[in-house]
Design a protein around this ligand. Structure first.
Ligand code: ADE
Ligand code: ZN
Length: 338
């Protein structure tokens, strides 16, 4: 801690931690996208100075389609995966569950298995170079049909790819309406096959989306989940079941869910007994990194070292890392102080 009671960015970098809510689609470097677009003769979606100004979630998701459309070779996909691990190391993040949603990747439609193999090649090369390990969460889009969801799960179950740790669902619930019932069967099959479950809810849906994630999709973890705070009964459900939320403070500000940290509910949820971790969501495109997210939340709510360690411990416990990685991280965390 510095003499004015704040912590340096470096102390958050040194904090042993995992990241459990981050999308590979949000990790393209803008300069790389510009180069790829120029090479392909594809127009930029808007002028360079406004490239990363998003109106909200719908606009942001459209941008992801454009960006992933440029990643049209195995090498580009593997390089993106490798670069993701370099970013983890730079942030002092020691393990991540990373989400990819095959529907964003137009050049890979009908070739999800090849897409997973290309990503795996990048993650494996990174691990060989002693960069942090990664588990892959394969995501449905909220607007997909029940049959499409079941088809994806059936494929994942047949492939049993060792890199894949979980089924996920993301996208815009405001555009898709209530989707818990539509995806219940796919999630049931995923659970039966031993896949973990992580569900975006309580961002573009209200607390009812969080309840559906728990009751209909048997979520092990909820991505965002912040709007649970609007219903005490949903908060109580999360506390009772010990279901952790992967919260992304500056994503919620950038995508205009909350105007400032003064109204952000992470601290109310934490104080109510909900297990919360801090994450980046889409770091390159939203201009953030994990130490900066810890600094933002910690400064806004005056977190002590003990609270910071608790939040980092939740990130480790809530992750789908193997028991060895979790044990190593937990013991390293005990030695951290700012
Ligand atoms: N995909 C990438 N970022 C997302 C977010 N914040 N919400 C839903 N889907 C996403
Ligand atoms: Zn997300």
């Amino acid at each position: 801690m510095t003499s004015d009671g704040t912590r340096s960015r470096e102390s958050f970098r040194a904090l042993p931690k995992a990241e459990v809510h981050v999308h590979l689609e949000g990790c393209f470097e803008p300069a790389t996208l510009e180069t790829w677009a120029r090479q392909a003769g594809v127009p930029m979606p808007r002028p360079r100075e406004r490239l990363l100004s998003f109106d909200g979630l719908a606009d942001f998701l459209e941008f992801l389609d454009w960006a992933c459309g440029l990643a049209n070779t195995r090498d580009r996909v593997a390089e993106t995966a490798y670069g993701f691990c370099r970013r983890l190391a730079a942030d002092g993040t020691r393990y991540a569950d990373v989400i990819i949603n095959p529907t964003h990747w137009a050049p890979w439609q009908g070739r999800t298995r090849e897409l997973i193999d290309a990503l795996d090649a990048g993650f494996a090369a990174a691990e060989e170079d002693e960069l942090p390990p990664v588990g892959l969460c394969i995501s449905l889009l909220r607007t997909q049909t029940a049959d499409e969801a079941i088809d994806l799960v059936e494929d994942l179950v047949v492939w049993r790819h060792p890199r894949v740790v979980a089924l996920s669902v993301d996208g815009n619930e405001a555009a898709a309406g209530r989707t818990g019932p539509r995806f219940a069967e796919a999630f049931r099959r995923a659970a039966a096959a031993g896949l973990r479950r992580t569900v975006h809810a309580g961002e573009s849906s209200g607390p009812e989306g969080v309840r559906d994630a728990v009751e209909l999709l048997s979520a092990d973890r909820i991505d965002h989940g912040v709007r649970a705070v609007e219903d005490d009964r949903v908060v109580a459900l999360l506390v009772e079941r010990g279901i952790p939320l992967g919260i992304c403070p500056s994503s919620n500000l950038s995508l205009k869910l909350y105007a400032s940290m003064d109204t952000h509910p992470i601290e109310r949820l934490r104080q109510a007994g909900v297990r919360v971790s801090v994450n980046t969501d889409d770091p390159s495109l939203l201009g953030t990194n994990l130490p900066a997210e810890y600094e933002l939340a910690s400064a806004a709510f005056g977190w002590s070292d003990e609270i910071v360690r608790d939040v980092a411990r939740t990130s480790i416990d809530a992750s789908f890392a193997n028991a060895d990685v979790k044990a190593q991280l937990t013991s390293a965390l005990a030695g951290w102080g700012s």
